[in-house]
Design a protein around this ligand. Structure first.
Ligand code: FAD
Ligand code: 2HG
Ligand code: ZN
Length: 481
């Protein structure tokens, strides 16, 4: 089984499903939550990019923690491998089976359990779709501390399992800070109630952190408690053009100082990313059509004083233009214009999909070095592919994407291992926010020491001795056999 450079073999220790298994699952779940329909399975076996495809014959959709616990207890006793799946928007091949693993989809676990308007703590089930949580909170005058382009499909359980970063991390921090509690079902079916709602709790090891970002390899998240910030009245968005990357960097430096307490997003895209969106997404219009620029920056501010915030942002922009950092810019005048600016940035992954084959790299790098990699990659590939750079500049997170008409081993050989070696040499991370999944399980050593990886493997073996949870992902398989 060859998946974009890495060869994986089915672990012969795993059983294959038989008639007795199906009878058991139907008995505990009822027939409608035991899915064998070819079309539904086809969708669930295929990832968002249509790059990773499994061959699972079974998807289970438990409705509550008890059902999920009984499924896992049984799978563990039978040595049946499983893949936890939320919205299936993951970008590293982590959310689909590699072979015939049973898909455990959390979409039916989608209730909001409680919301405390004083503390802003939301407690809900893991299968709640992010956008539904955003809408629920909006009515209460709150927002989710994370936002991302996949919000219409991704689930909060999937977000936490990947430790998704997204568009507002620069302001509200990572999920390791905002997730206050989790309920998790372990491989053997035992339910870990860590669903605290407290900001502060230093009673021993804070084990919930093990499950934030572990991509379903240690347990399945069933409930979540998360701290949500109040919705503030004044939001402003500017779409700016810069002629060179150094200006983008200087703009970030200035924005952190001059917009500090109201800065809520600082995103960038290069001309190649802008062109992709303009060429492939019908609804997108260029807000700065008078010229072609090398870089675009999207700055959002969120605060509580409309006149003050706007004045502050306008003064910042005026200064940035006068000093030559910004060549052109537009300030959204209403909600619809603000959405159209966001649509450009959030639409890049979709535009890349429409353009053909895509090789994705999600890297943390020192901001001053980040764009050198994009330029070096362009030189390496010559005209063979379109190299696109964009991402969460405010967080030091580059999304390097290589777009080609079709997948081609010769292109891949030009990109890897170069991209990982380069990142490692600059002490970056080969997975800033998407996770390792199947794509990068074997590449973990580029970002982690062997002692650290060994400890991860020991933890995995402790929590999941038979290795049934999301096999072949995150940790090199050789360490788990
Ligand atoms: P899935 O894709 O279903 O699963 C992801 C991983 O989590 C898998 O390993 C799966 O096994 C595991 N998992 C899922 N649910 C559970 C659970 N309940 N318990 C345990 N394990 C579970 N990511 C960012 O960080 N920032 C972005 O800005 C961003 N933007 C995106 C934009 C687009 C258009 C797309 C398609 C993806 C984007 N992503 C982004 C990728 C991101 O990882 C996912 O969108 C999201 O966090 C995954 O949620 P999901 O419910 O779809 O999970
Ligand atoms: C984003 O920020 C997502 O848009 C996707 O994390 C990144 O497509 C990518 O490489
Ligand atoms: Zn991103």
């Amino acid at each position: 089984h060859r998946k974009f450079g890495s060869i994986v073999q089915r672990n012969p220790m795993f059983s294959t499903i038989n008639q007795d298994d199906l009878v058991y699952f139907e008995k505990i779940l009822g027939a409608k939550k035991v899915i064998q329909d070819h079309e539904e399975l086809q969708t669930a076996n295929t990832d968002w990019m249509h790059k990773y495809k499994g061959s699972s014959k079974l998807m289970l959709q438990p409705e509550n923690t008890t059902e999920l616990s009984r499924i896992l207890e049984y799978c563990n006793s039978r040595c049946l491998a499983v893949v936890p799946q939320g919205g299936n928007t993951g970008l590293v091949g982590g959310s689909v089976p590699v072979f015939d693993e049973i898909i455990i989809n959390t979409r039916r676990m989608n209730s909001i359990i409680s919301f405390d308007e004083v503390s802003g703590v939301l407690v809900c089930e893991a299968g709640c779709i992010l956008e539904n949580l955003i809408s629920f909170l909006d009515k209460k005058g709150f927002i989710m501390p994370l936002d991302l382009g996949a919000k219409g499909s991704c689930q909060i359980g999937g977000n936490i399992s990947t430790n998704a970063g997204g568009l507002r991390l620069v302001r509200y921090g990572s999920l390791h800070g905002t997730v206050l509690g989790l309920e998790v079902v372990l491989a053997n079916g035992s339910v870990m109630d860590m669903l605290g709602t407290l900001r502060k709790d230093n009673t021993g090891y804070d084990l919930k952190h093990l499950f934030i970002g572990s991509e379903g390899s240690l347990g399945i998240i069933t409930k979540v408690s998360i701290l949500t910030p109040p919705k503030l009245s004044s939001v402003n968005i500017a779409f700016l053009a810069c002629q060179d990357y150094i200006s983008c960097q200087k703009l970030l430096f200035q924005a952190k100082r001059k917009l500090g307490e109201i800065l809520s997003a600082f995103e960038f895209l290069d001309a190649q990313a802008m062109n992709l969106v303009l060429n492939h997404l019908d609804s997108v219009r260029n807000p700065l059509p008078s010229s072609i620029y090398n870089f675009y920056v999207l700055i959002e501010t969120t605060g509580s004083n409309e006149s003050n915030d706007k004045e502050k942002l306008e003064a910042f922009l005026l200064h940035a233009m006068e000093s030559g950092l910004v060549s052109d810019g537009a300030l959204a005048q209403d909600f619809s214009q603000a959405s159209s600016f966001w649509h450009i940035r959030e639409g890049i992954p979709e535009a890349l999909m429409k353009a053909g084959a895509v090789y994705k790299y999600d890297l943390s790098l020192p901001v001053e070095k980040m764009y050198d990699l994009v330029e070096e990659m362009r030189i390496r590939l010559g005209g063979a592919a379109n190299v696109v750079g964009y991402g969460h500049l405010g967080d030091g997170n580059l999304h390097l994407n290589v777009s080609a008409p079709q997948y081609d081993d010769a292109i891949l050989a030009q990109i890897e291992p170069f991209v990982y070696e380069w990142t490692s040499q600059h002490r970056g991370s080969i997975s800033a926010e998407h996770g390792l999944g199947l794509m990068k399980a074997e590449k973990i050593y580029y970002s982690k020491s062997s002692e650290t990886v060994q400890l991860m493997a020991s933890i995995k073996k402790l929590l999941d001795p038979s290795g049934i949870l999301n096999p072949y992902k995150v940790i090199p398989s050789s360490l788990l056999s």
